[in-house]
Design a binder for this molecule. Sequence first.
Ligand SMILES: [Zn+2]
Length: 443
Amino acid sequence: MANSRVSLLLLTLLALTLSLSASSPSSHNREELETPITRFQQYLRFKTAHPNPNYTAPVSFLTALAKSIGLVTQSIEFTPNKPVLLVTWPGSKPSLPSILFNSHLDSVPAEPTKWLHPPFSAVHTPDGKIFARGAQDDKCIAIQYLEAIRNLKSKNFIPTRTIHISYVPDEEIGGFDGAAKFVNSKEFRHLNVGFALDEGQASVNDEFRVFFADRSPWNLIIRAKGKPGHGSRMYDDGAMENLMKSIEIISRFRESQFDVVKAGKAANSEVISVNPVYLKAGIPSPTGFVMNMQPSEAEAGFDLRLPPTADPDLMKKRIAEEWVPAIRNMTYEIIEKGPLRDHMGRPLMTAVDDSNPWWGVFRQAIAAAGGKLAKPEILLSTTDARFIRQLGIPVFGFSPMTNTPILLHDHNEFLEDTVFLKGIEVYEHIISSLSSFEEVHST
Ligand SMILES: [Zn+2]
C-alpha cells in the first residue's frame, strides 16, 4: 500500500516535470499546440452533468478563450452559482439590433459503465470520433461560435451588427434559473437582440436541420377517488375503475394523434403527444401489495407535448370534460413547463417564409457554405429558444451536424472531427451574413 503510494507520487512528479519541460519554451508554442479540436476536447472534459454541474470551471475556460480572441466578456448571476456568460463582438453600427448565439453550459447525466470511453474524457479515436457527454448537446456549438469568430477576425472581417454569444446554465432542467431569467433581465434588453440562433439537432443525412418552433411540455397528473371494497366484489365507482376509464380515453386520443403520424400526414413533432409515465395505486403489504382490497385512491402521470399550432384552451377543455371529468370523482393538475404564446398572444414560432427577412439571409448563408437545408421542422422536445421567442424575437434552432447519428442524451454520444470543423466554417458564413445584413432596423 505504502509502496504503491510512493510510486504513484513519483509518477505524478515525473509527469509534472515532463509536462512543464514540454510547455516551458514559451506560451506562444503552447498555443500552437492547441487546435479547435483540442479546445473542443478541453471544454468537453468539464463535468457539467446534472444534478451537480460544475459551472465555474467552464465559464473561466470560455472567458479566457473569448479574451484570447479579443472579445468582451461579462459574467452575470441571476441565481447564485448559476452564471450566464455573455461574450460580445461589437459591430461597426451598434445601433442596429444585434445577433445572439445561445448555448447551454450544462449536460444530462451519463452512465459510464454503458460507454465505450469515459463520458467526460473526450477521447478522440483514430477514426475521428470525439466521444463525450455534450459532444452533440450542445458543447459543439459553444466552441464553434468562438472558433468561427477567431477565423473571421484573422481575415480582418468587421461585423456591422454587434454579435453576442450567451452561455446559460440549467437548460437541461427547464432553464427557469438560466435562460428564463436572463431573457427577462435589463441586461438582455440592453443587448437589443434582433435575431437569435440556439441549439438544434444532428441530421442523419447530408441536409442541415433547422427548427422554427419547440413543442411545449405539460405534466398532467390525474387522480381518482372511489369506494374501497373487497377484491372479490364488482361495483361501480372504484378509484381504479375511474382511473382506468380515463386512461382508456387518453389512450384513444394518443392513438388518433399517432395514426396521423403513421399515415405520413404529419411529423411526430407536429401532433400533440401524450404518454403515460407513471402509475401509483394499491395498498402496500410486506410482500408487495394487498391483493384482496380495492384501493380508494389511484393516480397516473402523463407527459404531454403541444406544438405551437395546438390550442391550449381547447386542450384544457378536453382534459376537464373528457379525460378527467369531475363527475367520475376525478381531479387533475397541469404543470405547464414554459410558455406557449409570445408577449402578443401569438403562437411561439418563427416564420420560415418571406415575411421573415432573417430566414432568407440564413438560408443563403447555408448555401454559401456549400450546405443544403432540410424542410424546417418543429423540435420534438424543448430548448431555451422558447424563452427568446416569447419576447417576439425570431429564433432558429440549428446545430451544424450532417451525416451524424442522433445521440443527444444517449450512451456513447460522439461527434466526428470533420463534422465539427465543417461546422466552424458554416458559422463563419452565418455570422458574416447576419452581421452584414442591414435591412432590419427594429424588432
Ligand atoms: Zn441541449
